[in-house]
Design a protein. Structure first.
Length: 343
């Protein structure tokens, strides 16, 4: 688990610890100009923050095996919209329409009550200290690790922002985006458009997905009235049973039927045999432009879970570093994650 007294002796842990040390020196020196995130941010003010979140997640997982997948997705949807500022958690207020109502989130993003429960537990232990944006970052790491994936040292110290953007949330990477668009959206988020894109898409190694996001691939791909040629015929037959042409578009499927709740590299071994669920998944391997960009990385992660885990941890730290709010005039520690404090 991600502990500040880093028991993990990995290269990553060491790197993050060095970063953290720099951060603490800056704090201590009182000469801090641009605040940075750091591992030990809550060591003095809320030393049990991470284990408190972990307790809430373990409890939730007992009745909801999907919750770990849902929580990492919330962190992704938070960070890609205005940076990791907790904006995805806000309800509509003061002329800001909630990102929850944007198409990628509406009827899809879930886990909000568990975030609220973690927030409530943290407010009990150390009122007004741990931001909702940090809760999402912590929850993402714990979720991956408790599902069998890699751990990493989570950098902390984000404040919660005071705004949200439904318009930017509408523009999140979409399941029907082609490879060039996916790459452009990752670049725009200041991430790398090959390694980060492929590694983070590996988040689709667990969790669920609605039929509406695959029906076009099954029955009428790009308006051809034919299935997507890059969809394995046996997998297509399987999915056609589960997602009939005029069936309920909200029926759920496993993103990775081979190990639905385990964080492993099967996402990539699936792509190798045309068993990606979303068009945006299979494009990473099968788009004509993939062979010189993303496909070799898919191949590498398919043949080495270790390589995937190392890249995934690194890319998650990078994603968690997208435009964090650290200036107190631009953010706050929310008391409730769905509301800014003065509302
Ligand atoms: C690369 C572009 C991406 C696209 C186009 C995409 C799209 C989607 C879609 C359409 C769903 C299903 C939603 C539903 O059926 O309601 C989904 C689910 C999911 N996504 Fe992504 N996603 C992307 C990247 C990511 C990233 C970067 C992560 C995390 C690192 C992630 C983690 C997940 C998880 C865990 C689920 C399942 C959530 C659950 O079961 O509640 N996705 N994604
Ligand atoms: C969200 O989805 C529901 C049903 O899926 C729909 O009735 C509602 O209008 C949608 N909300 C927005 C803001 O689009
Ligand atoms: C690029 O990112 C900015 C914010 O950094 C956002 O407002 C804009 O909508 C994004 N554009 C695209 C095409 O994703
Ligand atoms: C297939 O898709 C095309 C373009 O999106 C659409 O015009 C057509 O009506 C669809 N065919 C069927 C049978 O739904």
């Amino acid at each position: 688990m991600a502990s500040s007294s880093s028991s993990r002796v990995s290269q990553l842990g060491v790197k993050a610890a060095l970063l953290a040390a720099v951060c603490l020196v800056l704090h201590g020196g009182g000469s801090m100009t641009a605040a940075e995130l750091c591992v030990g941010y809550y060591d003095d003010t809320c030393p049990d923050a991470i284990s408190i979140v972990q307790g809430v997640l373990e409890e939730a997982h007992q009745s909801d095996p999907r919750i770990f997948a849902s929580l990492i997705r919330l962190h992704f949807h938070d960070c890609f919209v205005q940076g990791c500022d907790g904006s995805v958690l806000l309800d509509t207020f003061d002329g800001f329409e909630s990102e929850k109502d944007a198409r990628p989130n509406n009827g899809s993003a879930r886990g909000f009550p568990v975030v609220d429960a973690a927030k409530a537990a943290l407010e009990d232990a150390c009122p007004g200290v741990v931001s909702c944006a940090d809760i999402l970052a912590i929850a993402a790491e714990i979720s991956v690790e408790l599902s069998g994936g890699p751990g990493w040292s989570v950098l902390l110290g984000r404040l919660d922002g005071l705004t949200s953007s439904k318009a930017d949330a509408e523009n999140l990477p979409g399941p029907f985006d082609g490879l060039p668009v996916l790459r452009a959206k990752f670049r725009n988020a200041t991430l790398d458009d090959t390694t980060d894109l492929v590694a983070l898409s590996g988040g689709h190694t667990f969790g669920r997905v609605q039929c509406q996001f695959v029906t076009a691939r099954l029955y009428n791909f790009s308006g051809t009235n034919q299935p997507d040629p890059t969809l394995n015929p046996a997998y297509r037959a399987f999915l056609s049973q589960r997602c009939p042409r005029n069936g309920d578009g909200s029926s759920l499927n496993d993103l990775d039927p081979s190990t639905p709740d385990t964080f492993d590299n099967n996402y990539y071994t699936n792509l190798e045999v045309n068993r990606g669920f979303l068009q945006s998944d299979q494009e990473l391997k099968s788009d004509p432009g993939a062979s010189t960009t993303t496909a070799p990385i898919v191949d590498r992660f398919a043949s080495s879970q270790d390589a995937f885990f190392r890249s995934f941890a690194q890319s998650m730290i990078k994603m968690g570093n997208i435009r964090p709010v650290t200036d107190p005039s631009l953010g706050e520690v929310r008391t409730q994650c769905a509301f800014v404090n003065d509302s």
